[in-house]
Structure formats: C-alpha cells, structure tokens
Design a protein around this ligand. Structure first.
Ligand SMILES: *[C@@H]1O[C@H](CO)[C@@H](O)[C@H](O)[C@H]1NC(C)=O
Ligand SMILES: *[C@@H]1O[C@H](CO)[C@@H](O)[C@H](O)[C@H]1NC(C)=O
Ligand SMILES: *[C@@H]1O[C@H](CO)[C@@H](O)[C@H](O)[C@H]1NC(C)=O
Ligand SMILES: *[C@@H]1O[C@H](CO)[C@@H](O)[C@H](O)[C@H]1NC(C)=O
Ligand SMILES: *[C@@H]1O[C@H](CO)[C@@H](O)[C@H](O)[C@H]1NC(C)=O
Length: 472
C-alpha cells in the first residue's frame, strides 16, 4: 500500500516534470517558461576553434566591433589562462568586495541631477578579472591594438614606446610607437584637457617635457603612468574618432605580467574621459555590449542606440554620489522556475553595479540564501558536488545527457524582467554563478556571466539600461 502510494507519487512527479518541459517548449520565449532542458554538451563548448558561424552583430546602421572572451579560440591573441578556476574565482571575489564595500556608504539618486556629482580622484577597479577583448586601430596609419574592455573605469590607455622591459609588461606585438603616427599629439600640461583630467580622475601633474601626466591605480595593486595623449581611434571601417584622448603608458607596474599580452584597456565608464563621453557627438552617449556565450563565439560592442528598441526591456540607471563612474541598477526581484522568491524589498536597497569585467554575481546575503534554496530545490534530482572555491552550489552532471534547469529571471525597477540564458548564463563549471556580498548592507554586483547572450544597452541620455535576450 505504502509502496504503491510512493510509486504513484513518483509517477506524479515524473509526469508533472514532463508536463512542465512540454509546456516550456510550447511557451518558448515566454516569461512563463519555468524549466529549460539543456543538452549537457551546451555547458561544455569544445573551445577548439573559433566558429565563424557564431559571429553576431547588432542591428544594422550601428558602428560595431566584435568582442571575444580573452582565452577562447576567438580571442585576437591566443594566450593561455595561467590561473586555475579557484584562483580566478578568488580574484573575482576580492575585486567584488573591493568595489561593493566602497559603494555601500554612498547615497544614491537618479542620474538626472548628475551635474552636481562630486568627482572622485582615483579609479577604483582591479585589473585582474577583466575578461573580454576588442581590437581597434590607433594612430595614422592605424595600428591594431587589442584592448581589454571595461565599463568599470573611464580612462583608456595603451602601452607606449619608449618603454623598456622593466617598465612594460610583455605583450605580443611591440608597444604603440607615437613617433610613427602622423596624428599623435601629447596633450600639453597647460591645456584645459589636462586641467580637466587633474580635476577628475587620473591626473598626474606635468612631465619633464611639460606634457600632461596621467596615473591610474587599480585595486589589485597594479598601476600605469605616462602621458595623456590624443590620436585617431579607428573603431571600424569609416568609423574614426579623431583626437581620441587616452593614456600613453610608459610605466606599468604590479600584477599585469602573467595575464599580459594585450595592449591596454578600452574604458567605457560614465565620466567624460571615457570613450562614451568622448563620442557624445557621434554616438549620443549610448552603446551596447553583448557578451558571447562561449569562447568559441563572438559578441559585439556597438555604438549609438538602435533605432528600434521594441525588443528591449528597460530599467532606470542610478548614480552614486561618491562613485559616479559605475553603472548601477535597482534589482527588485528574482524568480526561479517561474516562482518569484520571497525576498523583502529592503534587501535590495543598496542596488547593483552592472559590471563587465567581474564574472560572478554578488547578491545581498538574504537574497542569495533565497536563490540558493530555490535553485537547489529545483535541481534536487542532480547530485550536489563539493564547492568550487566560494561557489557553494555545484553539481556533478556526469552521466546526464540533458539537464533540466529552472529559468532564473532578474526583475529590475520598473518591472523589466530578464531571463538568464540557461546554457551559458547560469552555471560556471557546474556551479551556480552567484555568491553573497557578506552582508545585506552592501551593494551587489551583476557579473558578466549572467549577461551572456543578452544585449545590454547603456543609454545615458535617457538614463536607462535596456536588455534584449538571445542577441548573440
Ligand atoms: C628602463 O627605465 C628605467 C626607468 O626609467 C631606467 O632606470 C632604466 O635604466 C631603463 N633601462 C633601460 C635598459 O633602458
Ligand atoms: C605601482 O605599483 C608597484 C607594484 O605594485 C608599486 O611598487 C609602486 O609603488 C606603485 N606606484 C605608485 C606610484 O603607486
Ligand atoms: C521593431 O521591431 C519589432 C520586432 O522586431 C517589429 O515587430 C516592429 O515592426 C519594428 N518597428 C519598426 C518601427 O520598425
Ligand atoms: C561524479 O559522479 C560520477 C558518477 O556518478 C562519479 O564517478 C564521480 O566520482 C563524481 N565526481 C565527483 C567530483 O564527485
Ligand atoms: C536530450 O534532448 C534531446 C533533444 O533536446 C533529445 O533528442 C534526447 O532524446 C534527450 N535525451 C534524453 C536522455 O532525454
């Protein structure tokens, strides 16, 4: 009797599960989808060669640059990651804490009164975990430069000659040589541009040649210093930013070396010194990033806002007084398998930084605990595996051909709801790619993994951020 009851209960569970999977197929793409069946192979891209069929681009009419994961076969520089997953996660966590701790005591308001923000004196981001690369042209004639992309800082820079081996980390191609560019100029120390740099981020006085000095310090301990400069930046055919201001780095110190090989950093933060701020006239202060699902595919960086935004959902962009360079959003809810988690609204009050160079999403402790419980319950049929570094919800998927994962959605202020991509945007090496902030009083951070395949539109003039799923 008891065993018959158990059997029918079991059948009921199996049947309802099958029912969900079918409903899910029928309602594909709808917010009501609760579970997605993912072939396990989709979690493990072969990563052997760059698949040109998986190159994505934004809607036509926009200038765009392909974007690749730093270590995948589509990366413009073929380098190996010398760090283990645990080491990378450790760095990611240190970086997250560094960013979110500094944020927590700030007061926030809508960016509409951004004209009154107090300007910080230093860039506050670590270098270690920056993950995506773009190749652009610098100078005349244009020399290809492979740069690490970041939305978390504002002043772009490249390694420049003269730069001897004790002052520059090794890179694949020779450092940029200003003397070979007909359009290069060092910005003079007595210029308005230099005064602006000194009043904001990255100023470093005058060099011995009366040129404008810059200095950037990253949370990891790395730093770069050199001459604030101007030259032509080529983003794509016919898309040249004349007089692009950047740092010509003559002295890079600290932990750049092991992960080096790239030529510098392309900064897309919110301050006027960033590429976004410098191309207001051409691109109106809007750009999109679509981070590719795997290393063997490419995403895109696109400039300007798309003409048709009907496929996007939008949420307001927030600004902090003390760190106005970060893009910040207000998360209001999380759903797992279609069920909204019961998390008090106050838990989210410190907001979330939208990050592109940090991998794992950090949620306030109460929110993370609720997510973990719901996710584990939805994945109860799969055996848990030991934690990987600080990721504590890991699965041993050996022997499964398909994995049925619950849809995880994030809802932001205004009701914008975004389904994370089940095969690339949820799990890292079999582990739920979220962790806690170590306190509800801290700001959270939306990591790059959750953003995979989603076009994220940063629309500064409209003070909003848009999301379009399935975009790359
Ligand atoms: C490299 O630069 C440092 C600092 O400017 C200088 O002291 C050193 O002599 C230089 N080395 C070479 C080989 O030029
Ligand atoms: C730059 O970094 C190096 C290595 O971490 C450190 O020794 C040096 O003092 C730093 N320079 C400045 C100006 O902060
Ligand atoms: C915008 O895109 C949507 C969906 O792709 C389409 O249905 C709509 O007609 C487009 N609107 C315009 C004005 O082109
Ligand atoms: C995963 O499961 C397989 C088969 O059940 C087992 O052989 C293997 O040891 C497990 N791996 C870990 C890391 O637990
Ligand atoms: C896995 O999914 C594929 C299609 O997505 C299906 O053809 C196959 O039968 C499934 N395998 C199992 C074991 O469920």
């Amino acid at each position: 009797m008891a065993s018959a009851f158990l059997l029918s209960l079991l059948l009921l569970v199996i049947c309802s599960h099958g029912g969900i999977a079918q409903a899910n197929e029928a309602a594909a793409g709808h917010k009501e989808s609760r579970y997605v069946v993912v072939p396990k192979a989709a979690f493990q891209s072969s990563e052997e060669s760059c698949s040109t069929s998986r190159v994505s681009s934004p809607q036509s009419g926009r200038v765009s640059v392909p974007l690749a994961h730093r270590y995948g076969p589509c990366a413009p520089l073929q380098t190996k990651d010398e760090l283990s997953l645990a080491q990378r996660l450790h760095r990611d966590r240190v970086r997250t804490k560094y960013i979110t701790r500094r944020m927590s005591r700030s007061t926030r308001r809508q960016s509409s009164d951004a004209s009154t923000v107090s300007v910080p004196t230093r860039l506050g981001s670590s270098y270690d975990s920056q993950k995506y690369l773009v190749t652009v042209g610098l100078g005349t004639p244009a020399v290809p430069q492979t740069l690490v992309l970041t939305t978390e800082s504002d002043l772009s820079w490249v390694q420049c000659k003269p730069c001897n081996s004790s002052n520059c980390y090794p890179q694949k191609l020779p450092p940029f040589d200003p003397s070979r560019s007909s359009t290069y100029t060092a910005i003079p120390c007595d210029s308005q541009e230099c005064r602006d740099l000194a009043a904001g981020i990255g100023g470093n006085g005058c060099t011995s040649n009366w040129e404008c000095g810059f200095y950037i310090y990253y949370g990891s301990g790395a730093n770069t210093t050199g001459v604030y400069s101007s030259d032509a930046l080529t983003l794509g055919p016919g898309a040249v930013v004349e007089n692009f201001h950047f740092g010509c780095g003559h002295d890079q110190e600290g932990p750049f070396g092991n992960e080096g090989k790239y030529d510098g950093v392309l900064a897309l933060g919110r301050l006027p010194e960033s590429l976004v701020g410098q191309t207001l006239a051409e691109h109106g202060g809007a750009f999109s990033l679509c981070l590719p699902p795997t290393g063997d595919s490419t995403g895109f960086l696109a400039f300007g806002a798309p003409e048709n935004t009907s496929d996007f959902v939008f949420t307001p962009l927030l600004t902090m007084d003390d760190q106005p360079w970060f893009y910040q959003l207000m998360l209001t809810g999380i759903s797992v398998g279609g069920q909204r988690l019961d998390i008090p609204a106050a838990v989210f009050r410190e907001g979330m930084i939208l990050a592109s160079s940090t991998t794992i999403t950090a949620l306030q402790d109460t929110a993370y605990a609720a997510l973990r419980t719901a996710f584990r319950s939805a994945m109860a049929e799969y055996p848990l595996a030991p934690p990987t570094a600080q990721l504590d919800t890991c699965y041993n998927l050996t022997g499964y051909n398909n994995v049925t994962v619950p849809t995880v959605s994030l809802t932001f202020r205004g009701g914008a709801t975004v389904d994370l991509d089940a095969s690339s945007g949820l799990l890292l090496d079999g582990c739920l790619a979220f962790w806690n902030t170590d306190g509800d009083e801290y700001t959270g951070l939306i990591g790059s993994l959750n953003q995979r395949t989603i076009e994220v539109l940063y629309d500064l003039p409209a003070s909003r951020v848009g999301f379009r799923t399935g975009a790359c």
